[in-house]
Design a protein. Structure first.
Length: 296
C-alpha cells in the first residue's frame, strides 16, 4: 500500500472529525456570553447549508426518488445529528465545567457499542473490547489529570444532564447510519441532513428569541459561526458519514475518544491552558486502543 493510499484511508481520515469537533468544543466555550447556545447552532447550520447547497442540491435532486423513499430514516438521522447533538452540547457548555463536558466524547463509543449490540446484534470481539477499555483508560487519564483520585472531586453540574442527552443522541445517529444505510452519495446525504436538521432547529431558535436571548453580531461572533459552520459541520460530518459506512459504527465510535485530547491541545493555543504529561500519555493510550480495536 502506497503512502498516499494510507494517507487517504478511512482509518486515517477519521482522525479529522474528532479534531474538528474538538475545535467545536473550544468555539462553544468561547461563545458563552456572546452567543446563546441555540442561536449558535441555528446560524452555524444555516451558514453551512448555504455553502453546501450549490454543490449538494444537484446531487440530492439526482437521487430524489431515494430521498423520498427514505425520508423517515433521513429525518431521524438529521434530528439526532444536526438538530440535537451540537445544540445539546452548546447548552451543556453554558452550565457545566470543561472537564465534565469532555465526558461526552468519553461515553459516546460505549453508547454506540451498546446500541449496536441491542439494535443490530453486532458482536463485540475480545480485541475490540480490550481496545475500548484501553482507549477509555486514556480518556480517564486526561480527565483526572493523571491522578485517578481526582474522580472523587468531579461533581455533577446541571449541564451534565444535557451532556448525557448529547451522548445518547450521537449514538443513535451513528447506529441509524449503520442500521438503515440511506443509499445516498455522501454529499447528497449531508445536504439532506442539513436541510432537515436546520428546519427542525428553527422552532427552538424562535423560542429562544422569545426569551430575550439575542446577540450582537461582532467580528468574533461572526468568526465563531463561520468556523463551526465549515469545519465541525461540513467537513467533519462528510468525513464521519463516510467513515461509519466504511468502518462500521463500533470502530468509528472509537475515534471520538480523540476529542478530549485534541481539545486539550487546542486549549493550549486558544484558551491559554497548559499541556501536561498526561495529555501526551492519554493520546498514546487512546491511539493504541483504536489500533487494537481495529484488528477485531
Amino acid at each position: 500500500m502506497s503512502f498516499r493510499t494510507r494517507l487517504t484511508s478511512p482509518a486515517v481520515i477519521m482522525i479529522l472529525p474528532p479534531l474538528f469537533w474538538a475545535g467545536n468544543a473550544i468555539a462553544g466555550r468561547m461563545a458563552v456570553g456572546q452567543l446563546p447556545p441555540i442561536a449558535l447552532a441555528f446560524w452555524r447550520w444555516l451558514f453551512a447549508l448555504l455553502i453546501v447547497l450549490p454543490f449538494g442540491l444537484p446531487k440530492m435532486m439526482a437521487q430524489w426518488n431515494e430521498v423520498r423513499h427514505r425520508w423517515k430514516v433521513l429525518a431521524l438521522i438529521a434530528l439526532f445529528s444536526v438538530t440535537a447533538y451540537n445544540t445539546l452540547l452548546y447548552v451543556a457548555l453554558t452550565s457545566t465545567t470543561a472537564v465534565n463536558a469532555t465526558l461526552v466524547s468519553a461515553a459516546i463509543p460505549v453508547a454506540i457499542v451498546l446500541l449496536s449490540w441491542l439494535w443490530l446484534g453486532e458482536k463485540v470481539g475480545l480485541s475490540q473490547s480490550l481496545g475500548i477499555a484501553i482507549s477509555l483508560s486514556g480518556v480517564v487519564l486526561v480527565i483526572t489529570r493523571g491522578d485517578p483520585g481526582n474522580l472523587q472531586t468531579l461533581g455533577l453540574e446541571p449541564g451534565d444532564f444535557w451532556v448525557l442527552a448529547a451522548v445518547v443522541s450521537w449514538a443513535i445517529y451513528s447506529v441509524l447510519l449503520r442500521r438503515y444505510p440511506p443509499g445516498l452519495s455522501p454529499l447528497a446525504l449531508l445536504t439532506v441532513q442539513m436541510i432537515l436538521g436546520w428546519l427542525f432547529l428553527t422552532p427552538f431558535y424562535l423560542w429562544e428569541l422569545t426569551t430575550g436571548q439575542a446577540f450582537l453580531l461582532t467580528v468574533q461572533s461572526a468568526g465563531l459561526i463561520a468556523f463551526v459552520a465549515i469545519f465541525p459541520s461540513i467537513l467533519a460530518y462528510h468525513l464521519w458519514n463516510q467513515g461509519v459506512a466504511s468502518l462500521g459504527a463500533n470502530l468509528a465510535g472509537q475515534y471520538t475518544y480523540l476529542i478530549p485530547i485534541f481539545t486539550a491541545l487546542l486549549a493550549v493555543f486558544f484558551l491559554d491552558e497548559p499541556f501536561r504529561w498526561f495529555h501526551a500519555a492519554g493520546l498514546v493510550t487512546i491511539i493504541g486502543g483504536i489500533r487494537l480495536a481495529s484488528k477485531s
